[in-house]
Design a binder for this molecule. Structure first.
Ligand code: GAR
Length: 215
């Protein structure tokens, strides 16, 4: 069975959606560890509630970025982690981890990449005045939110939207497409060639084309 390692910096609602999807049987995988850079992350409480080990690893306790991410890679390997999940981990991942988990690190980003990478993807969309935004699950490479795209979901942006209500609308979709991407991966249905990700599924459905229904 696929073993996941989750990295998160804060609230951890995406982490929770993955826990729930495993507990309901939607995803057949187990979570070996939560690693956080923030000792106050609510994600730690969520891990405790579900008997998932958590580790707090702060960059400032390591000599440099390379040492930090080598250490994280070591902790993940020690626990047999096959897929690393970035669930609101608010740092650019170091090469030391990417090299050891090439195309085995998935991130969720709250915009339709390649639009609005980096921080505050939702605010960037509101400020720019786009009419459609959404979220993206992608593999992580050395760039800032530039890795191969796995799944996207779109949501409308209304003229009176604020960062807050657009974030809420996008988050509902995040909680659907991230578990779905992990499920597909765990079933061996995702392959990557260069930038192109192929998803082997009969379901040419709303996950790939239209906004995902909220119900
Ligand atoms: C989510 O909206 C996620 O897409 C975003 O942070 C939030 C974390 O929420 N990630 C990024 O902006 C990464 N650049 P959560 O802690 O409740 O899952």
């Amino acid at each position: 069975m696929l073993t996941l390692g989750v990295l998160a910096s804060g609230r951890g609602s995406n982490f929770q959606s993955i826990i729930d999807s495993i507990e309901s049987g939607f995803i057949k995988a187990k979570i070996a560890v939560l690693i956080t850079d923030n000792p106050d992350a609510y994600a730690i409480e969520r891990a405790k509630k579900h008997n998932i080990e958590s580790l707090v690893l702060k960059p400032k306790d390591f000599a440099d970025k390379n040492a930090y991410y080598s250490n994280i890679a070591g902790e993940l390997e020690k626990r047999g982690v096959g897929l690393v999940i970035l669930a609101g981990f608010m740092r650019v991942i170091g090469k030391a981890l990417i090299d050891r988990y090439r195309n085995k690190i998935m991130n969720i980003h709250p915009a339709l990449l390649p639009s609005f990478p980096g921080l505050h993807g939702q605010k960037q969309a509101v400020d720019y005045g786009v009419k459609i935004s959404g979220c993206t699950v992608h593999f992580v490479d050395e760039g800032m939110d530039t890795g191969p795209i796995i799944i996207q979901a779109a949501v409308p942006v209304y003229h009176d939207d604020t960062e807050e209500n657009l974030s809420e609308r996008i988050l509902k979709q995040e909680h659907k497409i991230f578990p779905y991407a992990i499920k597909l991966y765990s079933e061996g249905k995702i392959s990557v060639e260069g930038r192109k990700v192929t998803v082997k599924t009969e379901r040419r459905d709303s996950f790939f084309t239209n906004p995902v229904r909220e119900s």
